[in-house]
Every structure is written in structure tokens, then in C-alpha cells.
Ligand binder design. Structure first.
Ligand code: NCD
Ligand code: ZN
Length: 344
């Protein structure tokens, strides 16, 4: 008999872009509706590098998340690392419960990363401190060398940078964010228990053909860019494996429609409105619905050392037609139908 509904412990999103201002108010309710907590990326303009800025941003997010948001949705803040990162400021923000983790963007790897780290040597004292206080390092794992083919940037990052980092900081908790390749899935699987990875819905559903299906498809464009089918299958296998190293991180990254549909379109997919339905279709197709709760609700908090959420959410087997526009933006799966429906 096919399962008619799926109830899991209330899940978290371990990687999301909520933006600020009008965009924040438009998108935050979608994340707050499905997730109890979310790791909020700090790539605002200017980036979130001080405890004061992170704390003020957290207040704006709680307000934007909607009614009763203080009790229902908890934004978990991150510090944007720059070459000038100050270990004392970082440790203070962590001790005060403002910063849960810090994010490493190689300079110019992606949206609003111009202030990212140009030289890992510059932040070694910061990484030492994070290791000492048990603060996780979240990594956008792509090299930015323009001579490296864009489809190879993640694998080259693992080879050139990540292996050494894991060796040099054996007790540092590291999350390789939004993995897209077989190399990443294998690296994380084989790495010590200090290394984990988030996985987005789009990297489970799309391969690089989606970028060019019948014409140029800006709404399938995100970073790291979607890869060949063999990579998608490896990432899917990792997600449904039941390994505690892999957990849910949507990387929902909204951009205005005209910024996506442009001669130089922005990277990012707005998947927050139907994130759980999107993931559930993948776990079902892989015959792994029994592994969904671990991926969505257990592996993340255990890795971060945070309590599991109370309460549950339910998905019902029912057609969800994804609108062409949600909050004026083009959502992931726009115009498609998903076989599960998130119940309020
Ligand atoms: C993100 C964004 O728009 O902020 N875009 C994306 O394609 N994922 C940045 C990022 O996470 O790389
Ligand atoms: Zn991201």
C-alpha cells in the first residue's frame, strides 16, 4: 500500500538566503512556514561581519517571518568571513549566542562575495579560534580561478583547498555547502566525522541539461552550477543514504525576476515555497522515504550540537501545482506539479 501521508519531526533549513528589506518580508514567511530554524547566509550588501549587524538582522528576520515568529521560527545567524576577520569579535558573537557558525566565501565565488576571503592564510587565527570554541565553518567550496572550467570548480576546490584544511584543523567542524559533484559526495563520505555537507533540492532534481532545455533557462541557474547527470545521481545517493553527514540546506536564493531574466542573470533559485515537497519527491523516487526524517530533521542539529525540534510537520500525498509566480518571484518547479502537499 502506498503511503498516504508522511509525518516527520519539524525540520530545519541549514542554508538559506533571506535577503533584507522588502525581499526579506516577501520570502521569510515561506521558510518560516516549513522550517523551525534556518541557518541564514550573511551575504547581504554590505556583508554581515559584526555582532551588532548580525543581531539587528536577526531581529528584522524575526519580524518578517510573520505572526508568532519568535516562538515558531528561529533564525540562526552566520558571520561572513573576510581577510580582516577578527577572532575576538567572532568568539564574542558565538559566546553571546548571536553567531552559530561562520561562512567562508572565496572572494568573488558568487553573489555578494566580493568581500570574501582572498587568502586562507589571512584567516588561520580565526579558524584556530573556531576550532577551539566548537564553532562550525560553512564553506562555499568553489575555486574562483577563471582558468578553471566552471563545472570543475568544486572538485578543484576539494583537491586544492579542502583536503588540506581538514588535515590542518582536525577538530574544526566543517560543512561543505550545497554539494553538486560525485567528488564532493565521496570526499565528505570518506572524511572524518567533523565534515558534513548540505544538499539543495535543485541539485537533486536537475542536471546541466536543465540550463539549456529548449533555450537558455535562467531560473535553473544557481551556484555552484548544476552538473552532469552522473554527479546528480551521486548527490542523490548521498542524500538518501541515511549517513548523518548529509542534511537539508535549500540554498533558497531569491532574485527579482528581471535580475534573473537578464543579459547577465543572477545566480540563485527560490525554492523556499515548496522545499519539503520537492525533497520528498526525491526520497520517494529513490525508495527512501524512511530516510527523509534523518536528512531533514536529525542530522543537521546533531552535527551542529543543537537540540532536535519538538513537534512535527505532515506532507500528504496530493497534487501540489506550483504557481508561476510566488511573492512576485519565479519559484523552483514553477508550473510543475509535485506529488506531495505540505499541510499547515
Ligand atoms: C546565492 C545568492 O544569490 O546569494 N546564489 C546561489 O546561486 N546559490 C549565493 C550562493 O549561495 O552561492
Ligand atoms: Zn547559498
Amino acid at each position: 500500500m502506498t503511503l498516504q501521508s508522511l509525518t516527520i519531526r519539524r525540520p530545519d533549513d541549514w542554508h538559506v538566503h533571506l535577503r533584507d528589506g522588502d525581499m526579506l518580508r516577501a520570502v521569510a514567511p515561506y521558510t518560516a512556514r516549513q522550517f523551525a530554524r534556518a541557518i541564514v547566509m550573511p551575504n547581504l550588501s554590505p556583508p554581515v561581519t559584526s555582532v551588532a549587524a548580525a543581531s539587528a538582522y536577526r531581529t528584522r528576520i524575526a519580524a518578517a517571518a510573520g505572526r508568532n515568529s519568535e516562538t515558531r521560527f528561529t533564525p540562526l545567524m552566520t558571520c561572513y568571513l573576510t581577510d580582516a576577520a577578527d577572532p575576538d569579535e567572532l568568539a564574542r558573537g558565538h559566546a553571546e549566542g548571536v553567531w552559530v557558525a561562520a561562512k567562508l566565501y572565496p572572494a568573488n565565488a558568487t553573489t555578494n562575495s566580493a568581500h570574501g576571503v582572498t587568502d586562507l592564510a589571512a584567516i588561520r587565527p580565526t579558524l584556530e579560534r573556531m576550532q577551539a570554541i566548537g564553532m562550525p565553518l560553512l564553506i562555499h567550496g568553489e575555486v574562483t580561478d577563471p582558468d578553471i572550467d566552471i563545472f570543475d570548480r568544486e572538485a578543484v576546490f576539494i583537491d586544492r583547498i579542502l583536503g588540506g584544511l581538514v588535515r590542518d584543523f582536525p577538530a574544526l567542524k566543517i560543512v561543505l555547502e550545497h554539494i553538486t559533484t560525485k567528488e564532493a559526495a565521496e570526499f565528505v563520505t570518506d572524511a572524518p566525522a567533523t565534515v558534513a555537507a548540505t544538499i539543495t533540492p535543485q541539485h537533486l532534481h536537475l542536471n546541466r541539461n536543465a540550463l539549456f532545455a529548449g533555450g537558455l533557462r535562467p531560473h535553473a541557474y544557481c551556484l555552484p552550477v548544476v552538473k552532469r547527470e552522473a554527479h546528480r545521481l551521486a548527490v542523490r545517493a548521498a542524500a538518501v543514504s541515511g549517513s548523518p553527514k548529509f542534511f537539508l540546506g535549500t540554498d533558497s536564493a531569491p532574485h527579482a525576476v528581471d535580475a534573473k531574466e537578464s543579459a547577465c542573470g543572477c545566480a540563485g533559485i527560490f525554492n523556499a515555497p515548496h522545499a519539503l515537497e520537492s525533497y520528498a519527491t526525491v526520497f520517494e523516487a529513490e525508495g527512501a522515504l524512511d530516510k527523509f526524517e534523518g536528512f531533514a530533521s536529525e542530522h543537521g542539529p546533531r552535527f551542529y550540537g543543537l537540540p532536535l525540534n519538538d513537534g512535527t510537520v505532515t506532507l500528504q500525498r496530493a497534487e501540489t501545482t506550483v504557481a508561476d509566480r510566488v511573492a512576485g518571484l519565479v519559484p523552483f518547479h514553477a508550473g510543475e506539479s509535485l506529488g506531495w502537499r505540505f499541510m499547515e
